[in-house]
Design a protein around this ligand. Structure first.
Ligand SMILES: [Mg+2]
Length: 233
C-alpha cells in the first residue's frame, strides 16, 4: 500500500487497537471487571456480565464511556487500580516501533488522538515507552468530547496544530474515521488488526492495513542518494 508521504507532515494515531493490542482492553472490560464485580457483589460472573454489559451499552459512543472515574463510581470499584494490577498484559502491536522510528527520521510530527482516559493512557505508556516519539497526546476526557464528535477534532486541531490537508490519521474504528473524514482530514487509514485474538476485518470504506510495515517505504538504496555520475558501473 502506498502512502504519499511527501504530502504528509502530521501523523495522527489512535492508541488502543491501533498502536496497542486491543486484547488488553477487551479482556479488562469484558472479563476482569465482571469477575471483580461478581466478587464484590457476591453474585455469579454470568449475572455480573449481564449487569455490566447492559451498563456499557447505555454509554457507548458517549464521553462518559471514556471516563474511568465514572465507571469507578458506577461499579463502586477503583478502576485505575484494577487496570494497574493487570497492566503487565498491555502489549504493543508488531511493527509499531519501526514505524515510529521511520516517522521520526522522516521529520513527521506525531500525535496520539485517543478516547482513552488520561489515567489509562498513563498506565499504558508507563509499560510501553511511546512518549519519546509523540509531540502530543489528546485524550477525549481532557477536551470534553469523544472522537466520534466534531468538537473533539476542533480541540485536537488547536492543541496539535495539524493541517487537515497535510495529515494522516490511522484508527481501528470506522465511525471515528468517518468523523475525521467529515472534519476534513485528507489521508485516512483503517487498522484492521486491532486485537491479536480476533481475525482481521477489513473496512469497505477505508484503505485497510494489518501492520504498519505495510505503509513504511522500503529503505532506499544508498546509491539512490548518490548522483548517478559518481556511481562507477
Ligand atoms: Mg482504537
Amino acid at each position: 500500500m502506498k502512502i504519499l508521504w511527501e504530502e504528509i507532515d502530521f501523523v495522527l494515531l489512535d492508541l488502543d487497537g491501533t498502536l496497542l493490542d486491543k486484547h488488553f482492553d477487551d479482556y479488562f472490560w469484558e472479563e476482569h471487571i465482571p469477575e471483580q464485580y461478581a466478587k464484590l457483589m457476591q453474585i455469579s460472573i454470568k449475572d455480573a456480565k449481564t449487569e455490566i454489559y447492559a451498563a456499557y451499552k447505555v454509554q457507548e459512543g458517549k464521553l462518559v464511556w471514556t471516563d474511568i472515574d465514572y465507571w469507578s463510581n458506577r461499579f463502586n470499584m477503583d478502576i485505575p487500580a484494577l487496570k494497574e494490577s493487570v497492566s503487565h498484559l498491555v502489549a504493543v502491536h508488531e511493527g509499531v516501533f519501526p514505524f515510529l522510528e521511520f516517522l521520526q527520521c522522516a521529520g513527521k510530527r506525531v500525535a496520539v488522538l485517543t478516547n482513552a482516559h488520561a489515567k489509562a493512557v498513563e498506565i499504558k505508556l508507563t509499560k510501553i515507552p511511546l512518549r519519546p516519539y509523540l509531540q502530543k497526546i489528546v485524550s477525549a476526557n481532557e477536551v470534553g468530547f469523544p472522537k466520534e464528535v466534531c468538537g473533539y477534532w476542533e480541540a485536537a486541531e488547536k492543541i496539535v496544530g495539524f493541517k487537515k490537508e497535510r495529515s494522516l490519521f490511522v484508527d481501528d474504528n470506522e465511525e471515528v474515521l468517518m468523523m475525521a473524514k467529515l472534519f476534513g482530514i485528507k489521508h485516512l487509514v483503517y487498522k484492521s488488526y486491532a486485537s491479536s485474538q480476533i481475525d482481521r476485518r477489513d473496512s469497505n470504506r477505508f484503505v485497510s492495513i494489518r501492520h504498519f510495515s505495510e505503509i513504511v517505504p522500503p529503505i532506499q538504496s544508498r546509491n539512490e542518494d548518490v548522483p548517478r555520475s559518481l556511481i562507477k558501473i
